[in-house]
Design a protein around this ligand. Structure first.
Ligand code: NAD
Length: 272
């Protein structure tokens, strides 16, 4: 497993496992399969409603806590200093943990104009050692610039929608300028049309790999942290089997040329 170093000196696995749209029960079995496969980083959120199932799988796995990297996120209706502190306590309790490795603001929700106050709460949680790292998700250049200008602790990463059809060159550059890592959500484009793209299937054939594995390799070589989701054990294993081949510079360009500049998910300027 490859690790990346965060701007606070800590490390995290570059490839993790996401559990959006997975029920609490399913999360328990999918996370168990992921941990057996070798994943050590798990990405959940309050709004996924599966922190309990995720936490049970972590506890039942027998994997030492210090080997795990657990991320959860603060939902939009928990923004604001006091609410954020309470929301964090509740997430920690559902997970059955006494700290998380990473706590994220899920969306900037600029209409609420509360993300700076929320960040102050995350800084306190971080200072207390209950979140080893803190970060953001779905922050735009504008909201990230403002947060960084008012923050005492820099976000370690910005988790954003990113896949070959929406490769986010400008936002990746903005994250880089701040020393903030880019983490890709929906890295497989939610599996929809992307994985049938002829360019990706052709690259898969060239390397003896699937289109999904080519896409994950592209992310890893770009330097993204990546958190694919599946509840199908064979796919969970397939998505982890991406460390034995390499895309050439030309292959990388071919994947990069697929960008269509359009999101699958919500617009961060209006969400929340
Ligand atoms: P994804 O891009 O990981 O795609 C998952 C889907 O792709 C699966 O449901 C399945 O249909 C298909 N798939 C997975 N592996 C496959 C394979 N090997 N072959 C063929 N099809 C395959 O989508 P996602 O779940 O949206 O994103 C991953 C994770 O990112 C989430 O689980 C969540 O943790 C995180 N996320 C965060 C946000 C946010 O706002 N921060 C938003 C969405 C997702």
């Amino acid at each position: 497993m490859q690790h990346v170093t965060l701007n606070n000196g800590l490390t995290m696995p570059q490839l993790g496992f996401g559990v959006w749209q997975v029920s609490d029960d399913e999360a328990r079995s999918a996370v168990a399969t992921a941990l057996e496969t070798g994943y050590r980083s798990i990405d959940t959120a309050r709004i996924y409603d599966n922190e309990k199932g995720t936490g049970r799988a972590l506890a039942e796995s027998g994997v030492a806590r210090e080997e795990l990297f657990v991320t959860t996120k603060l939902w939009n209706d928990d923004q604001g200093y006091d609410r954020a502190l309470k929301a964090f306590d509740a997430s920690l309790e559902r997970l059955g943990l006494d700290y998380v490795d990473l706590y994220l603001i899920h969306w900037p929700a600029p209409g609420q104009d509360a993300y700076v106050d929320t960040w102050k709460a995350l800084e306190r949680i971080h200072a207390e050692g209950r979140a080893k790292s803190i970060g953001v998700s779905n922050f735009t250049e504008k909201t990230l610039d403002r947060l960084v200008s008012e923050a005492d602790v820099l976000p370690v990463l910005n988790q954003i929608e990113l896949h070959p059809y929406f490769s986010q060159g400008a936002m990746r550059a903005a994250n880089d300028r701040h020393g903030v890592l880019t983490e890709a959500w929906s890295p497989l484009g939610q599996g929809k049309g992307l994985l049938e793209d002829p360019e990706l299937t052709a690259l898969g054939e060239k390397h003896g790999k699937s289109a999904a594995q080519v896409v994950l390799r592209w992310h890893l070589q770009l330097g993204n942290v990546v958190i694919p989701k599946s509840v199908t054990p064979s796919r969970i294993r397939e998505n982890f089997d991406v460390f034995d081949f390499e895309l050439s510079a030309e292959d990388m360009d071919r994947v990069g040329s697929l960008d269509r500049g359009g999101r699958i998910g919500p617009d961060p300027d209006t969400m929340g």
